[in-house]
Design a protein around this ligand. Structure first.
Ligand code: ADP
Ligand code: NI
Length: 217
């Protein structure tokens, strides 16, 4: 099977699996991340085939929706690619990226070994900030049933995936626990530049949010 066919089959598989997800992991998230990742891959001379496969498969079985089980996603990616008789070297690489991607707390380092992994991680993180990031955070918060904001909740910089997974938060608190930290966690120069602008938008949004919350605007 040639690379174009593998990508096409994988796209159909992913679109079907993610259809109807209301928690910010819909197909359009994958589609946006793919556009960003293609751009970053070209700038960083990363292998576009590995990058694109990892993007397509990265959220099919997110650990947050499997009781915090981080093994389900990589395992499903591996099984899918093996079914298409993809080269073992590519399967290992894509599986490694899918397994290492997800944010698991401010104090939990998630280093990526290869440039392909760094590109996918940057693209996924860029889609968590800016205007899209704001929209996704509130979509996720609504799905979780958490309040939009609770001034009594202090942000926590979690030092384990378990603490991050089981913590109580509000969506605006999540900005301090994750979204505002992402700009400094970007791996590539291109992503860092895009992140600066998206980060500024988060700050504008928060300033306005708090002014309205306090009744001063
Ligand atoms: P990733 O796995 O891509 O690192 P996540 O899957 O953790 O990111 O999150 C998906 C989206 O939901 C992101 O935009 C993220 O910021 C948002 N999100 C995750 N946890 C929360 C939360 N507790 N409150 C609000 N938004 C959240
Ligand atoms: Ni994602």
């Amino acid at each position: 099977m040639d690379q174009g066919t593998v990508l096409g089959e994988t796209e159909i598989h992913v679109r079907t699996s993610l259809d109807g997800d209301g928690a910010g992991h819909d197909w359009w998230h994958v589609d946006r991340v793919r556009r960003l990742a293609r751009r970053l891959a070209a700038a960083e001379a990363a292998d576009p085939f590995v990058v694109e496969l990892a993007v397509l498969l990265h959220d099919v079985a997110d650990w947050k929706f499997h009781e915090g089980d981080g093994e389900v996603g990589p395992r499903q990616a591996r099984e899918w690619l093996a079914g298409l008789a993809v080269e073992p070297r590519v399967i290992d690489h894509v599986t490694e990226i899918v397994g290492g991607l997800s944010f698991k707390g401010a104090r939990v380092p998630r280093p990526m070994r290869t440039i392909e992994g760094r590109v996918v991680q940057d693209a996924d993180r860029l889609d968590a900030i800016g205007a899209i990031g704001v929209a996704r955070a509130f979509a996720y918060g609504g799905w979780k049933g958490q309040p939009i904001f609770d001034p009594g909740l202090a942000p926590i910089l979690h030092d384990s995936a378990a603490a991050y997974w089981s913590g109580t938060t509000s969506t605006v608190t999540h900005f301090d626990e994750k979204l505002l930290l992402l700009k400094d966690l970007m791996n590539t120069d291109t992503a860092r530049r895009l992140a600066e602008e998206r980060h500024r938008f988060l700050e504008m949004f928060l300033a306005r949010f708090h002014a309205e919350w306090d009744g001063t605007a």
